[in-house]
Design a protein around this ligand. Structure first.
Ligand SMILES: [Mn+2]
Length: 352
């Protein structure tokens, strides 16, 4: 018997804070298609049910187009059950979804159970409900779906792992954290976050997918399965001592060479550059945008002429450089101002 564990799809999420409007709109459609792809995989694997451990939608009132797409995917797979838990982002799930014959939503305040032969799938919208409230039988293969953060102590808001140990749990199917993680719970069971099946931004880098649960002889084997699609990459590149923009560009190219064209990239440029050096981040971004889906470049370089070096320099140039370094937060602008200012103080002609 097979089950698919997913969570934190956040369908319909506004991602405009992470990317431009057109990319965010494209990504929203892609997230819906990821859900469809996951369900197709479940159908192919002859899964009994897709377990959605919370945050199917990003808001309490998802757009009708988003809900309709989800409903049409679920309707197209009548042989597959969808066991849904509301997360902290979901409100009451739309009736057009909950009224479907193969959709089962767990109550918000008390545990419920759905059976598939020897497998009992429990769930409760309130993740702080104690294990005593769940009638887990030792002879069953027990899955418990919850949405929240785990802890090793009793908390007001989270899942107390200590309380769940030795309670005949075979698998805690969790949602809330967006990174997939499978961990042992006790000598019998494990607990896992499925993570989000597709990234919403640069805080969700790396492989994304779902957890496939195979039940054999009453034992559950969870395996993380990555889904194909766009990924996000965030890293830094040290551009210290790059004398020219060409050199910076080639270092950037080198760092991005193996990243697929369909992926998003956020690069932070680090290191020290001399006061006169130019770092044309806008131009570099444009170049990278020709080869990759979405690019963000952050300039975190520091000016080589650190304020310290000019602490005892009482010349006009020293005072000027010190002032600019103290007042200007944008390192590229600081370098440009210093470069122009020092040239002006020397009486050189400058081109603006
Ligand atoms: Mn979430």
């Amino acid at each position: 018997m097979v089950f698919f564990h997913t969570a934190d799809l956040h369908l319909g999420a506004g991602m405009e804070a992470n990317m431009p409007q057109d990319k965010a709109a494209e990504r929203r459609l892609e997230l819906l298609e990821t859900f469809s792809a996951l369900v197709n995989e479940a159908q192919k694997a002859d899964a009994s049910a897709v377990l959605i451990a919370g945050d199917l939608f990003d808001t309490e009132t998802p757009a009708p187009t988003t809900v309709n797409r989800v409903a049409s995917v679920i309707e197209a797979h009548p042989g597959l059950d969808f066991l849904i838990l509301a997360g902290n982002h979901d409100g009451e799930l739309p009736v057009s979804l909950t009224s479907l014959a193969n959709v089962h939503v767990f109550p918000a305040d008390r545990p419920a159970c759905y059976r598939y032969g020897e497998v009992a799938v429990y769930g409760c919208g309130d993740c702080t409900r104690p294990p005593d409230d769940f009638p887990l039988a030792e002879g069953d293969c027990n899955i418990v779906m919850l949405h929240g953060e785990t802890s090793e102590s009793a908390t007001q808001t989270g899942i107390d792992l200590r309380a769940w140990r030795g309670r005949h749990v075979d698998y805690l199917a969790l949602g809330h954290y967006h990174r997939a993680d499978i961990c042992p719970l006790d000598s019998r069971g494990s607990y896992a976050y499925a993570g989000c099946p597709a990234a919403h931004g640069f805080d969700e880098c790396g492989e994304k997918g779902y957890i496939r649960l195979t039940v054999e002889n009453g034992r559950i084997t969870p395996v993380f399965v990555p889904l194909p699609g766009r990924r996000m990459h965030a890293f830094s590149v040290d551009v210290s001592d790059s004398e020219s923009p060409d050199l910076i560009q080639s270092r950037l190219y080198e760092a991005c060479r193996d990243i697929p064209a369909q992926d998003g990239i956020r690069v932070e440029l680090k290191g020290t550059l001399p006061p006169g050096a130019s770092l044309p981040t806008a131009a570099l971004k444009k170049v990278l945008e020709q080869t990759h889906w979405f690019v963000k470049i952050k300039d975190s370089t520091v000016c080589k002429a650190e304020a310290d070096a000019y602490r005892h320099d009482i010349s006009l140039a020293g005072t000027f450089i010190r002032l600019v370094l103290e007042e200007e937060n944008d390192p590229d602008l600081a370098r440009e101002i210093i470069s122009l200012g020092v040239a002006a103080l020397r009486g050189e002609e400058t081109e603006l």
